[in-house]
Design a binder for this molecule. Structure first.
Ligand SMILES: *[C@@H]1O[C@H](CO)[C@@H](O)[C@H](O)[C@H]1NC(C)=O
Length: 445
């Protein structure tokens, strides 16, 4: 009898303990199996009766055409220093001083992908007279130190050959992360503060630049006549004329906007580029805002700067190396339909041999332009340089192209909401002024 109360107490204690455990288990906030699940008799999704097959992603079809691997378009550089540039285009020491300019203007060329095309732009500016030491390639690849360390292969879309650029004598500035177009423009502006540059030129990387070696009325005589001016000297001339007018100059466009001269004060006055509009339409936004604030935008001429998507097979042609006939290859070709452009330029009897080489280059540049704007689908990046798997900071090439398209679309919507207007004509067709940004309703339907 003496043991009975003790047992009852023990049983009561056990019941209280169990009840406590039950309440704790029910209240336990967890997605895992709890007593609550057991009480509610839910089937446990993690322990099914029959094992379900693992989920299978649906893959996109593989492209049925892949172009051959790209080749470097300046093989000479691997074995020797660059050939001399045509002597009539060789930059004079401190040429800018003879144009009353306080500083030599830097030329920025942004690079994200497609090395042969970038290398062509750089070499074409150098051989058209731009001093290599005043050219700044802005590496905007997002691959951090990988290119500087030579860790990427030629087939990687982000490949940039630092050794080759240094051999050419140009400078490389790296962005700290992959920037959009608008962000990179603001990065250009930031460089003017860091280096005290009162003005700068910037060029697209997909251009081929040639000087007016055949002469142009009002600009320059032929290459072999006294007073000839290279592309660089004409750019300096345009800069001097612009500066001397002493007005609120904003931009000067050469060959549309293939090369642009910028007044950083104008960028500063309008608060820089709008990075919420990352790609297309961001230029409409910027140029309109410059005009709204009274900064002038005018056209000027310095040379033939052609918009291209392909690169000369051998850049030695730009140095007029004997026996190298200009032809071109598309590093991002569409599936083959037509034969790639091959140039067969024969010097006409009595034609000046130097002009014959120049004419061959100019005609090839024309065909490269036709090729870019012909039935070739623009920007077929996914078919071009597509290698680099396993290399540092590898990124799927087609994915990058698609991602930029999506951001471009977002930017267009941003622009429409900012100005309540859909096309580029904010002032003429929208009647908008600088202060109207983000304060107007949409002006359509
Ligand atoms: C980079 O350029 C240098 C100098 O032109 C050349 O020797 C080297 O082979 C190039 N690297 C690649 C990976 O093409």
């Amino acid at each position: 009898m003496g043991a009975l109360p003790n047992r009852r107490v023990l049983i009561n204690l056990a019941i209280v303990a169990l009840a406590g455990l039950l309440i704790f288990a029910i209240a336990l906030p967890s997605s895992r199996v709890t007593l609550r699940d057991l009480v509610k008799q839910k089937p446990n999704p993690e322990i099914p009766d029959e094992p379900a097959p693992p989920p299978k992603p649906k893959y996109k079809p593989e492209p049925d055409y892949l172009p051959p691997p790209i080749k470097d378009n300046f093989p000479l550089l691997a074995t020797s220093s660059p050939p001399p540039i045509p002597k009539w285009n060789q930059p004079r020491q401190d040429a800018h001083k003879t144009y009353n300019l306080p500083a030599a203007p830097p030329l920025f060329i942004g690079f994200t992908r497609t090395w042969p095309v970038l290398q062509q732009a750089v070499v074409s500016y150098i051989t058209a007279g731009w001093p290599a030491s005043q050219i700044y390639v802005i590496e905007n690849t997002g691959v951090q130190q990988a290119n500087a360390r030579g860790q990427l292969s030629l087939q990687n879309p982000f490949f940039l050959n630092h050794t080759a650029l240094h051999a050419l004598g140009v400078n490389i500035i790296q962005t700290p992360t992959l920037l959009s177009f608008a962000q990179m423009q603001n990065f250009f502006l930031s460089l003017t503060y860091a280096h005290d540059w009162p003005y700068f030129f910037w060029s697209h990387m997909d251009v081929l630049a040639l000087a007016y070696e055949d002469g142009r009325a009002g600009l320059t005589p032929r290459y072999d006549a006294p007073g000839y001016k290279s592309l660089y000297e004409l750019a300096l001339t345009a800069l001097q004329t612009t500066q001397e007018k002493g007005h609120k100059w904003g931009l000067r466009f050469f060959s549309y906007d293939h090369l642009t001269l910028v007044n950083p004060k104008a960028y500063e006055d309008v608060g820089g580029w709008d990075t919420l509009i990352p790609y297309y339409m961001t230029d409409c936004d910027m140029h309109s805002r410059l005009t709204m604030r009274g900064w002038t935008i005018e056209d000027a001429k310095a040379g033939i700067i052609t918009d291209v998507a392909s690169a000369l097979g051998d850049l030695s042609a730009l140095y007029r190396v004997d026996g190298v006939e200009p032809n071109f290859v598309d590093p991002n070709p569409p599936p083959p339909k037509e034969e790639g452009g091959k140039s067969k330029q024969r010097a006409k009897r009595d034609e000046d041999p130097n002009l014959a080489k120049w004419n061959a280059l100019r005609k090839t540049a024309d065909r490269m332009f036709q090729h870019k704007h012909g039935d070739r689908e623009r920007n077929t990046w996914q078919l071009g340089q597509h290698g680099g798997e396993g290399e540092p900071f590898y990124y799927n090439a087609a994915g990058l192209a698609e991602g930029i398209e999506v951001m471009t679309e977002t930017g267009r919507e941003m622009y429409r909401r900012k100005w309540g207007h859909r096309d580029c004509e904010l002032i003429k067709k929208g009647g908008l002024k600088f202060e109207d940004a983000w304060r107007v309703k949409k002006d359509w339907d």
